[in-house]
Design a protein around this ligand. Structure first.
Ligand SMILES: Cc1ncc(COP(=O)(O)O)c(C=O)c1O
Length: 433
């Protein structure tokens, strides 16, 4: 594949000179030249985009791409869905933000509490990171306990207390809490287990049960291999947290409004105490939501736990969410997304296997992972067996043939994708190889 990769690299560079010039300029004033560190991973360099519509994006050199990155997940309706864009424009003409109450707050809140099993009450913020931090704080306040338990490879935003044991090398001792970057606070309050490991969770509760305020997980481990919970594992988490008086948090920033209208909790049939949402709930705008049971959320209602934010609940993002929910709630929307995702997933598997590659896909319909490895991973450490360099070469080839994918192997489908897009993508993949 090496010489093919060199060719792809050369051809992409030849047609994206405008992006390279802008990237070089950007680095002179913007730290790292990008606004979120992960975007630096793009090969051959981060591209600059001019516009998007539906399933497509165009870069500044007028190259067109079918997009499966979807801005790392939020674009559940694709790029610039007209009803959402119109709702934002109409609201913008009436006011960008009030820093005070307005009708859209309760209109969206009422819809969310009607849709989400765990939601007696909701609270709004701007980023997933914000509402994860709020959930951790609520759990400490509700239980009076200092610690929480998370799983290796699960991502809960970049806050000091959450960015632990997310990315690390195989030499790290099992269950060791490990910060991802420098400058993070010490992590003696974080307990870590392997995903799908009941015995590890039981052992941590046996040793620290009286100190654990909350167990946090992505109900589908979307951030590290799109690995589902083993049958019964979410139910087990529900039972053990209840038994020990700890709260259960589903971080649904990815699964929420993506795997089903009622998220992972609806689709997998386990109701947590608290759940966090961002990405798809705002359909591409900065909206995040903490949803939860009344007894915990009332700590916010009573002002005992601080929930603040200048732009929280601003009318622009809530107008977008209201317009998006109209479309997401149309019967059959998610059946179609799952069918498209499954068609793409099995098409890619067949194509790559026919070329002799060991490849596995994991996930749930509109979000899945493609990895060059032989065994289906059940936890983050098992994803380390994947040939990431080969995936990166494959992604480069796809880019050269007009298909944009994330560098980490995750694929997202939107309501704007069509069967024709999937077929065009499979043809592009065959050409790229
Ligand atoms: C599961 C999960 N939780 C939390 C976050 C943090 O959300 P944000 O990037 O909006 O702060 C992310 C972001 O990717 C996520 O995937």
């Amino acid at each position: 594949m090496r010489s093919t990769t060199d060719l792809h690299d050369k051809e992409i560079r030849a047609k994206t000179a405008g992006s390279l010039a802008r990237y070089e300029r950007s680095q002179r004033s913007l730290a790292g030249g990008v606004s979120s560190g992960l975007r630096r991973a793009a090969r051959p360099y981060p591209l600059f985009f001019d516009r998007g519509a539906g399933s497509r994006m165009w870069d500044v050199d007028a190259n067109e791409y079918i997009d499966y990155g979807l801005a790392w997940g939020p674009l559940i309706l694709g790029h610039a869905p007209p009803a959402v864009a119109d709702a934002i424009a109409a609201q913008a003409a009436k006011g960008l933000t009030f820093g005070a109450q307005h009708e859209l707050e309760y209109l969206v809140a009422e819809r969310l509490t009607a849709i989400l099993p765990c939601a007696d009450l909701v609270a709004f913020a701007n980023a997933g990171t914000d509402v994860v931090n709020l959930a951790l704080r609520l759990a400490r306040a509700a239980t009076g306990r200092p610690k929480y338990l998370k799983f290796e490879g699960h991502y809960h935003g970049w806050g000091d207390q959450a960015l632990v044991s997310y990315r690390f090398g195989p030499q790290l001792p099992l269950g060791h809490p490990e910060p991802v970057g420098k400058g993070q606070l010490p992590h003696d309050h974080v307990l870590v287990a392997e995903w799908n490991d009941r015995a590890a969770v039981e052992a941590l509760f046996a040793a620290h049960g009286a100190e654990i305020s909350l167990v946090a997980c992505e109900p589908l481990l979307a951030n590290s291999g799109c690995i589902p919970a083993d049958p019964g594992f979410l139910k087990f988490l529900r039972e053990i947290t209840t038994r020990h008086g700890a709260l259960l948090l589903f971080d649904e920033v990815i699964t929420g409004f993506r795997v089903a209208l009622d998220g992972g909790q609806g689709r997998y049939g386990v109701t947590p105490d608290l759940a966090t949402f961002a990405k798809a709930v705002g359909a591409g705008t900065p909206l995040s939501v903490l949803a939860g049971k009344r007894e915990y959320m009332d700590l916010i209602s009573r002002g005992e736990v601080v929930h603040a934010g200048t732009l929280n609940g601003n009318p622009l993002v809530l107008a977008a969410a209201a317009a998006a929910l109209d479309q997401l709630a149309v019967p059959g929307f998610y059946d179609r997304l799952h069918a498209l995702g499954n068609r793409l997933r099995s098409g890619l598997e067949s194509l790559l296997r026919a070329q002799g590659h060991a490849v596995v896909t994991t996930g749930d319909g509109p979000v899945f992972q493609l990895a060059f490895q032989s065994d289906v991973p059940r936890n983050y450490r098992q994803t380390m067996a994947a040939n990431k360099a080969l995936y990166s070469d494959f992604a480069l080839g796809l880019l050269n043939h007009g298909v944009l994918v994330l560098p980490d192997g995750r694929w997202y489908i939107s309501g704007a994708h069509s069967e024709a897009d999937i077929d065009a993508t499979l043809a592009a993949a065959a050409n790229a190889l």
